[in-house]
Structures are given as C-alpha cells and as structure tokens.
Ligand binder design. Structure first.
Ligand code: ATP
Ligand code: MG
Length: 335
C-alpha cells in the first residue's frame, strides 16, 4: 500500500558535472529505488555555497544537474525532484538543529578537515555547519533510508545523533534515518591519486571521469590512470590503482572480480585500461544522449523542479512546524 512505502531522501551538490564516482556511488542507484520507496531527490545548491562558486556556473550546473538526474532515470511521476533553495524549511530547520549540535562533534568531521585544508582562505561557518544542513535535508522528509556513497557515512551518523538527541528531549519529531550504502561503487577512487576518492571538485581533470565526457576523453583519461610497476591485473592490497579499475570495470560490465582477473590474465595494463575506458564510455552513452535531449527543453525542466518544490514544501513545512511547536516557538496564525 502507498502509505506503507518507506521514504528515501538523497541530494547531490551542483559543484560541477557529476563524476563516475557520483554515478556509481549514488545517482545510478536512485532510479532503482523508485518502485519500492517514496523517493525524494534534491539538487542541494545551498550546500555548494560552502565553497566559492561563480554565479553563472552555479546557475548552469544546477539546471544541468536536474537534466542529468532525469537522464539517469529519475521519473518525476514517481519521485520528487527539486532544488533545495526552493524549500526554505531546509535552511530554517538547519538553524534549529545547529542549536542542538556541538562544536566538538562538527570539528571531528573529516570532510570539514579535508575541505578546509583545500580552501585555507575560506574556512567559513557554512562549511563547518554543512553536516547540520544535511541532517535537516534528511529529517524534514522523515527519511528511512539515505542512499549515499561511503564518504557520507560520518555525516549520516551525525544526522542520526542529532535526531536522536532532539527526539530524546522533545518526543518523536524525526524518524531516525539509515544510510543505504551500495556494496559496489560506494567509493570510486581518483584515477591520478588512487588513495583519494574521485571528486568533481578535484583540480586535476585527469583524476575524474565526468558523466558528460565524450568517449575519446574517457579513453584518454583511463589510459593515463596511475597504476603500479607490476603488470598483473589482480585485486590485491597495495594495488590501489588497479583495484579501482577492476572495481569500475566489474560494476559497469556486471562481471565478478575473479571473472575480470581471468579475462585479463597474461595481458598488460594497456589492454586492460583500454577495455575499462571502452566499457565506461558505453555505459555512460545513453545518459549523455538523453541529457542532450532534455537540456533542449528548459520549460519541461522548469515544470519538473517547480512542481517538485511545491510538493516538497508541503512535506517539509509540516516537519518544520512540528519541530518549532515542540521547541516552544509561537507558530504564526493562519489567516
Ligand atoms: P564535492 O567534491 O563538491 O563534495 P562530490 O563529488 O563529493 O563533490 P557530492 O555532491 O558531495 O559530490 O556527493 C553526491 C553523492 O555522490 C553522495 O552520495 C556521495 O557520497 C557520492 N559520492 C561522491 N564521490 C563519490 C565517490 N568517489 N565514489 C562513490 N560515491 C561518491
Ligand atoms: Mg562531496
């Protein structure tokens, strides 16, 4: 029955064109959940402001991301798709939750440490409070499950802690969400520094594959991928580069790791890298083609995100009002 479906929430930042990591760790899985769950997906533009964005880029990337999510298979008849800043309750609830989150907890977040090391000239309060906004995103929709990559595990734990703390004082306001981290693809690594996760905000474009890279670019980046000085396509401790390539190839072809090792036994890294590049280019081709068609229809995109935000505001508004009331804030009188 419709009412018994669990809620799913997830978001992605418009900080650039999504990478193969975003796709395999998150976006690819979102449409798969639509039949079984009540799914709510958001382009989280407020999060992206924690790092300086060029306004024209941000605008373009936000619209492009709506189109890309649709191209990945999100069906707006089945799921809610909206832009975070269109629903004011995200920022409003984040403020309330800020007051229930400790400085010490936020100081321990590895993403904060990584991103402040990367942008030492702009360690702003928004970057520090990022996980609280993320908790608000999730809790507003009473999400049961949050499909994210492994890098978001720590933020998910914080969201659960803050929700539990709030509920402990004021009674059941928020459902406690569970992370939903895929077995495969949860952590796609950089092609240049395979000990680091692939990230769309990396300075080196050879480190990532973008969903919109053409086949030649994808092949070239895989051919340049950093590996090791051996010549064996096997998954083994210490072979970060090869392990990453095997994992990517295994996900996009559906072959198991032993099958991949067997396929490339006795072959060199060159052949293997070309095969990975070709398989990835082929897997991304339909997404790229559908995206190009969708982007031509700006009215359709606007219709999707406008209707999505209307529905999201109704759900989020109810949770926000409930939290305000429990805290003792006087609610405005309805006219
Ligand atoms: P940024 O560097 O701006 O933070 P990002 O690439 O980390 O960008 P996000 O928008 O922060 O992208 O994350 C969107 C989703 O993609 C999240 O669920 C995150 O866990 C997932 N994700 C990000 N990078 C990877 C990766 N390398 N492998 C698997 N999943 C990933
Ligand atoms: Mg990120």
């Amino acid at each position: 029955m419709e009412n018994e479906k669990k809620n799913v929430f997830s978001g992605i930042q418009p900080t650039g064109i999504p990478t193969l990591g975003n796709y395999l760790g998150a976006m690819r899985n979102w449409p798969l959940l639509q039949e079984e769950y009540h799914c709510i997906y958001s382009v989280v533009d407020l999060h992206s402001l924690t790092v300086r964005q060029e306004p024209a880029n941000l605008r373009r990337q936000t619209l492009s991301l709506v189109a890309l999510l649709l191209a990945c298979g999100i069906n707006p008849e089945k799921s809610l798709l909206f832009i975070q800043s269109h629903v004011p309750a995200h920022a409003e609830l984040a403020w309330l939750l800020n007051c229930y989150t400790q400085f010490g907890e936020l100081s321990r977040m590895t993403q904060f440490k990584d991103k402040s090391a990367k942008h030492p000239d702009n360690i702003n309060a928004g970057l520090f409070c990022y996980p609280v906004l993320m908790a608000a995103d999730i809790l507003l929709y009473q999400a049961d499950l949050v499909p994210v990559g492994a890098d978001q595990k720590q933020h998910m734990e914080l969201a659960r802690d803050v929700a539990g703390r709030f509920n402990g004082i004021y009674g059941d306001v928020f459902r406690i969400p569970e992370p939903y981290i895929p077995k495969d693809g949860a952590r796609v690594m950089s092609l240049q520094e395979p000990a680091k996760k692939m990230s769309k905000s990396d300075e080196n474009p050879n480190a990532y594959i973008l969903l919109l890279d053409d086949a030649d670019t994808i092949l070239r980046k895989f051919r340049r991928a950093v590996t090791d000085s051996e010549a064996e396509v096997v998954c083994r401790e210490g072979k970060d580069g090869i392990n990453n390539l095997i994992s990517i190839y295994s996900i996009v072809t559906g072959k198991t790791v032993p099958e991949v090792e067997h396929e490339f036994a006795g072959k060199g890294y060159g052949d293997f890298k070309t095969a990975v590049g070709e398989a990835v280019a082929e897997a991304l081709r339909p997404v790229r083609e559908t995206y190009a068609d969708l982007l031509k229809n700006k009215d359709y995109l606007a219709d999707v995100y406008t209707k999505g935000a209307e529905k999201a505001r109704a759900i989020a508004g109810r949770t926000y009002a409930k939290a305000c009331k429990k805290l003792g804030l006087v609610l405005p009188q309805r006219p």
